[in-house]
Structure formats: structure tokens, C-alpha cells
Design a protein around this ligand. Sequence first.
Ligand code: NAD
Length: 494
Amino acid sequence: MTTGTSDRVRALLADVPTDLLVDGNWVPAASGRRIDVLNPATEEPIASIADGGEDDALRAVEVAARVQRSWGRTAPRERSEILRSAFDLVMARQEDLALLMTTEMGKPLAEARGEVAYAAEFLRWFSEEAVRIGGDATVSGDGGTRIICTREPVGPCVLVTPWNFPLAMGARKIGPAIAAGCTMVFKPSELTPLSSLALAEILREAGLPDGVLNVVTTSDPGSVVGPWLASGLARKLTFTGSTAVGIKLLGQAAQHVMRTSLELGGNAPFIVFDDADLDAAVEGAMVAKMRNMGEACTAANRILVQRGVADQLAARLAERMGGLVVGDGADDGVQVGPLVGPPALDKVERLVGDAVARGATVVTGGSRPDRPGWFFTPTVLADVRRDSALMSEEIFGPVAALVPFDTEEEALEIANDTDWGLVGYLYTRDVDRGFRVSEAMEVGMVGLNTGLVSNPAAPFGGVKASGLGREGGRVGIEEFLEIKYLAMPRRTLG
Ligand code: NAD
């Protein structure tokens, strides 16, 4: 990092709140404890945030429950305007927010800028949805009853987010919750909390009333989220993170029969048929694999390639991957940043070692570069065997694993041979095959001749162990609304 950048980062960090947000005030944790936040490119501490616990959690959820009544009755236009102002503020500070994100999470600045815009778009999208919450009125089959349906906010929500998209994952939940009229208690990841804390402060500036959004950071997630779910005060859980933690929280939410949305892990197949436009497939694979250094639930975990083009795809991907500039994401020209921490790095090393031990060939990369920070060199593995651990575990790193196949049926069989079902990608020039394979893939989202599906206007979410519910799109707000049905006898005149 250059001295100029360091000064700028220091100035930015000085402005970010590092305490808990409860009832509109930034307050230290009751215990007085703090947690260090590290820069994964340097392994150095960059900030110290409040380490909340059960007492802080209970205060926050009591506030959210108290404020729900008045907040739920605000005019939709008022909620819409707050979100729209927040969108404007986020975009006005895009550069600062991007640098903050890169410093706490590692992704290159260009990608961080993209995430800031993506996150902001959820605020704008849901500002537009706030004033379009619909209902309907109909008449029963026998004509004797009026059936009038309205939508009400589901109530106080528990928001829990992962570290890999530090701004967008929170915005994707906060946007619809505000639009629907729900209050919130929010626990961002302890690894990358600063972007979320900055967003909370922006929402305050945008006019969000005290107590609507409460934020508790902690080194012990169970001691905060557990009491929220057990309190009986929150009515909804919306979680993004690993399947293992999601399953645990689903069980806890069941105690109070809470509405639950889960955005969990993935194991995306990326299928390249031999009739594909290979230029487009290579471009798509680079995006689907390398966005966020491979640390994405949508990352192409298994690149299935028809045997006729397997060598060509491996060579072309290796050329592109091998040419990527690895380094501190804050530095100009860097295309691949560090992984989030030592456990992530250990996991990638283990999965590559296992695949090679089972017969895969390293076409490029395959190891850690010799430098400080949690870096892994962009890697292409060819001829990956189906019994390799990375076929059933999220790699979450810059490793493209190529698995050869012969027929369409075989590709589909491999693609669906997983507990997960978030997204699948396929490249083909045959329209009929494109639809056929898309329909047969057991996933919530399909990228047909594209390596990017994330879009605020689209319903994001998975099937099987990848989750419950959808975020974004026209349906995103529904997750935060309950339908109330009013029955009324109907007598006709004349
Ligand atoms: P994680 O499950 O370890 O953590 C997610 C959040 O849960 C964090 O805030 C963490 O502090 C909290 N948490 C952890 N243990 C908890 C507990 N016992 N009780 C309550 N909260 C707890 O996941 P992660 O490592 O932060 O994120 C990576 C995972 O997230 C990957 O599996 C990835 O696929 C998934 N993910 C999914 C989506 C999606 O939209 N489907 C998006 C991004 C990431």
C-alpha cells in the first residue's frame, strides 16, 4: 500500500462508527470488550469494533419490538424517500466505501466499486417497491363473501450476514425491510463489519428514525443471534451464510415459528458444451470463477467441459488466470486480492492437494505466493476426478476445477449430484439444448451463456440445501410482508 493510500484509509477509518447502534445511538458493548478487524492483504489490524454480547442483544431487540408499531404505520412514501436518499448518499460516497471494503475484505477496488453500486441499487429498487405494496379483493365462489387481502409488515427482523459481500448482503435485506415497514436487529460478520457500520450511519443520515435499524457486532455470534431468536420479540429471521450455520438457526427460529429466509452455500456447475462459443465461455468462466477471488456462493465450483473442447478450455483459462495480477486490492492494476483469512487459505490448499492426489493436473498456479497476506495464486486444475473433495465442498478461492464429460446426460447427472442448488451456468449455441438443460438443472438460478446472474431486479435464491426464499426482484419484498385476509358477508342489491 502506498503512503498516500494509507493516509486516505486512515482518514476513512476515523469516520466509520465502531460501536453498537441501539435506538439511534452509537454505544460501546456493555462488557467494554473490543474486536480487532484485520486487513487480509497485510494481516494488520485496521480498526477495533465493539464486541457485543447477550445484554446488548436483548436491549437491541427490545428497541426493535417497541419501535415496530409506529414504524409499521409510516407512509410508504416516507419509507421510500429514506431509501432513495440512502441510495444517493451511498453513490456519492462510492469511492470511499469501495476503499473501506477493500481494506477490510481484500477484493480489488474495481470489484469493490461494483459491489457498492450493486448494494446501492437494492436501496433504490426497494425505494420503488415501497409504494407498490399491493393487495387484492375478490368474491367467494358462491358469491356470498367479500375476500379482501392486504399486506402488513411481518414485524421485527433478525438480519445476519456473511463477510464476502460486506455491503450488498446487508443492503439486500435492509432495503426490503425498510420498504415493508419492518424494524431490524442486524449482526454483520465480525470479519468485515466496517462497511455495514458505514451503511447504518448513512441510513441515519438519510432520515431513518431511531430504533428502526439496530446493529450489534460480536466475536461470539451465538451469544447475540441466539437471544434474538429465543426472545419471542422478533418475527422473522433472514440469514445469508453457510448451510451449516443456516440449518442451526432454522432450528432456533422454529421455536417461535418465525418466518425464515436463508441464502446459503452453493456448488455451482458451469457446463461448457462443445458447440459453445468458446470466447464467450472463457469470459463467462472468468467472471463466474474469479469474481470476489472465488469467494462467492455463486462461484463456478465445478467447471464441466465436454471432452472435445476440454484441452482448449483448460489452456485458454490457464492463460487468462496465469496473467492475472495478484496483490493488495487497494493498489492500482491488481485483479486478485487475498483470501479472507488463514482458515480460508488452508481450505483451498487442502482441496487442491486432494484433487491432485486423486489425479488432477495443475495447469497453472497451485500454491501460495511467497508474500505477507492470505494470498493464493489463481489456479486451473484439469481432469478433476469426481471423487475429489472439491466436487462436494465450496472451494471459495481462485481455483478453476475442470471436470471432463462426454454426453449431455452425463453433464446433467454430475451437475445435479450435490445437496446444493443455488445456481448453474451453461454455454451452448443450441437454443433447444439451452432450455432443456436449464429446466433439468436443480437450481434456483441459471446463467445461460452468461457467468453473472446477480441483479437487484431478479429473484436471487436457491433450492435444496442452498436456502429458502428469494431476495431482490419483485418478490423480494414479499419475504417481509404477511398477508391479512378480511372476510365480509356480501349481499347484493336488487
Ligand atoms: P458463516 O455461516 O460462517 O457466517 C455467516 C454469518 O453467521 C456471520 O455473520 C457469522 O458471524 C454468523 N454466525 C456464525 N456462526 C453462528 C452461530 N452459531 N449463530 C449465529 N450466527 C452465527 O458464513 P461465512 O463464512 O460468513 O460466509 C460464507 C458462506 O456464505 C458460504 O457458504 C457462502 O456460500 C455463503 N453465502 C451465500 C450467499 C447467498 O446469497 N446464497 C451469499 C454470500 C455468501
